[in-house]
Design a protein around this ligand. Structure first.
Ligand code: FNR
Length: 415
């Protein structure tokens, strides 16, 4: 209603309200590298299409005369109170879209009271991003490093900052086959985008120091190296165009290479996850679960929640749609476990459908980056406001006063 009122008094939107127009406008403003990275998907893009087709198959069957003047969109998920069933998905290397991407996304998230899941591959140290969140909760997303001290260090930093959950992303033990990025020949991370979490980490810097020392010998050189690495992030920020020149010096390149060799672990297994019990006190969320067997096993292993996700179709092409996987997983695990969904969520009506099919909340991915591309923190906030406003109106129009009123009975599958 507030969004409509604003329109009545003549406030012009900063970003297109329509989801397709939002993407189109954002894509036009992004650099070729940013567009390839953000809009691109794995392989031929079939998974991305499946995500949208799955939403299109479901139809809402509104109820009438349900007295829904007052609607409550709030819900508690794990230890986090959500004003609306929405979080901002973790996104790495956002500096391709705008410098200081994480700070701006956090500012937009905080302006709307929407929790943000900080990425391991964020473009600002998590300490700085957390400062932007104010009192709005945030979660931390971990890519499990091959270097175990780094896993503990990242978790420790997130805990110290007050993150309310630890999200372990499982679908990116290696990067997927992404033709758009590969065709450009200049991959994300090549210029140090998305490594700020690492270059601000003592365990990473210690490892880097060892590696550089082993490669170069003299100890004096190492301090110079560390200074160079520490400035890497700010250089990316201040001189985005010229940053490639800075990479000619070997030290930042060593940082990028060390990052590439350690950020994720292809050998990740259930045994690694079992160690989390004594490594963190935070609720643990597994992101990237699609198979009901895996969902069941995760919950048996004491995991607190899962995010049904195919990483926005960026990892395995020809994957099952995330929404279809949600239905299968909910059928298997029953109504109680906390199950979130992302991949393909674009509108408030999409969130409604996901909730009706059993999601407790959704993560919004690419759309918030589109808001960032077009209008910075304000763009992020406006995209979120629009999604929540449409969900609110949909609830009012179909007779759902609370999120618990949204159920399978309000949907039919289309033919
Ligand atoms: C992502 N995603 C992601 N996920 C994660 O766990 N850690 C990360 O660092 C990133 N990085 C990232 C960068 C970009 C540019 C995109 C678009 C996505 C995946 C993200 O959290 C989410 O799962 C998807 O974005 C959901 O798909 P849609 O709705 O954006 O299509």
């Amino acid at each position: 209603t507030a969004v409509y009122r604003a329109g009545v008094v003549g406030r012009r939107p900063r970003v297109p309200v329509d989801a397709a127009a939002l993407q189109a406008a954002a894509s036009r403003t992004m650099s070729r590298r940013a567009r390839a990275y953000v809009d691109g998907g794995a392989g031929e893009g079939a998974t991305m299409r499946h995500n949208r087709e799955a939403f299109d198959r479901w139809r809402v069957v509104p109820r009438v005369l349900h007295a829904t003047t007052h609607r409550d969109l709030s819900r508690r998920v794990l230890a986090t109170d959500l004003a609306a069933p929405l979080l901002l998905a973790p996104v790495g290397a956002g500096a391709l879209v705008r410098p200081d991407s994480d700070l701006l996304i956090a500012r937009g998230a905080a302006a709307t009271g929407t929790p943000y899941v900080f990425s391991s591959q964020g473009c600002n140290p998590m300490e700085d991003t957390a400062a932007e969140m104010g009192t709005t909760p945030f979660w931390y997303q971990l890519y499990w490093s091959t270097h175990e001290p780094l896993v503990d260090s990242m978790i420790g930093r997130a805990e110290a900052l007050g993150a309310q959950a630890l999200v372990v992303t499982l679908d990116t033990t290696v990067l997927g086959w992404r033709p758009q990025d590969l065709s450009l020949g200049s991959l994300p991370f090549a210029r140090g985008e998305g490594i700020a979490q690492y270059t601000s980490d003592p365990a990473f810097l210690a490892l880097l120091r060892e590696r550089v020392a082993a490669a170069q010998g003299p100890a004096e050189k190492v301090d110079v190296t560390l200074a160079a690495v520490r400035s890497l992030v700010s250089m990316t920020r201040r001189f985005p165009g010229r940053f490639v020149d800075n990479l000619r010096s070997p030290e930042p390149r060593a940082a990028v290479e060390t990052f590439l060799g350690t950020y994720s672990n292809p050998a990740l297994s259930w045994d690694h996850l079992a160690t989390l019990r004594h490594r963190t006190s935070l609720p643990v969320v597994l992101k990237g679960v699609l198979h009901p067997d895996d969902a069941e096993r995760a919950l048996e292993a004491g995991i607190d929640a899962i995010v049904v996700s195919n990483h926005g179709g960026r990892q395995v092409d020809r994957s099952v749609a995330s929404l279809d996987a949600l239905v299968a997983i909910r059928d298997r695990v029953g109504p109680d476990p906390t199950v979130l969904l992302d991949s393909g969520v674009r509108t408030g009506a999409d969130v409604f459908v996901a909730l009706a099919l059993g999601a407790d909340a959704c993560l919004l991915g690419r759309p918030h980056l589109y808001g960032l591309a077009l209008a910075g923190a304000e763009g992020v906030a406006e995209v979120v406001e629009n999604v929540v406003a449409e969900l609110d109106l949909t609830m009012g129009l179909v007779g759902a006063a609370t999120l618990d009123d949204i159920g399978r009975g309000l949907l039919v599958e289309g033919r």
